[in-house]
Structure formats: structure tokens, C-alpha cells
Write a protein of this length. Sequence first.
Length: 125
Amino acid sequence: MDALYYMGQAYPNPPCWHLVSHVLAREAGYMPDDFTPTAADVTKISRAFRAALHNATTWATQIDEPEDYCMVLMGRTQKLGLHHAGVYYKGSVLHALPGSTLNQSLLSVKDEYKVIEYWKVKNDC
């Protein structure tokens, strides 16, 4: 995966989910359902992630350890829940924030986000 390619793209709100969708479509040939929260509110984004992924057992499964091209869901605290997403690749997490796309080491991401889950697109999708 060429992280610089994705870092040069502009993603609409919510940029993190649009980046994840772009990477999965381009690299894995899979386009997940559209995720567009009604507001850029952390609580609403967290609820939407739960609905989109935790109920998406037909196309994704939670895994214990990251694998290349898995989705990384992140939250700053347990109370806030999962409200940010990226893609894991070779020890780093590619993720988009408003105005920038970062390719950050997983260790650095874990320092910033205390709640992390890994989700893999099922092979038969």
C-alpha cells in the first residue's frame, strides 16, 4: 500500500471513514456500507460505528491482533466510545482527520487512543 497516495487525497466529512472505504475498495476490492453521521458529534459517530460494524457480521469480523488492511477503530476513552477509524498496514495506522491524513505508528496511536478494536473484512465478501 502506498500511504503517500492516500495522504495526498482530500476526504469529505467524516474523513476517517471515507479514507477507510477508499483503502478497502482500492486495496481489497471491497466497498463497505456508507457511513455518514448526521452531525460531527463524537457520541453520534460512536453510535454509528457500533451500528455499522458491530452489527455487520456478514462482511466484517473483530480480530484480536491487527493484520494488514484491517480496520482500526479508536476511541480516546471508554466513555466516549469508538469514534475514529483507520487502516492498519505494516505496523502503522493510516487515518484521516479534518484537513490531514496521517500514517502513524500503532504504538503512537495506542498512546493517543485508549480504546482500540481491529476489524477484518471477511474473505468471502
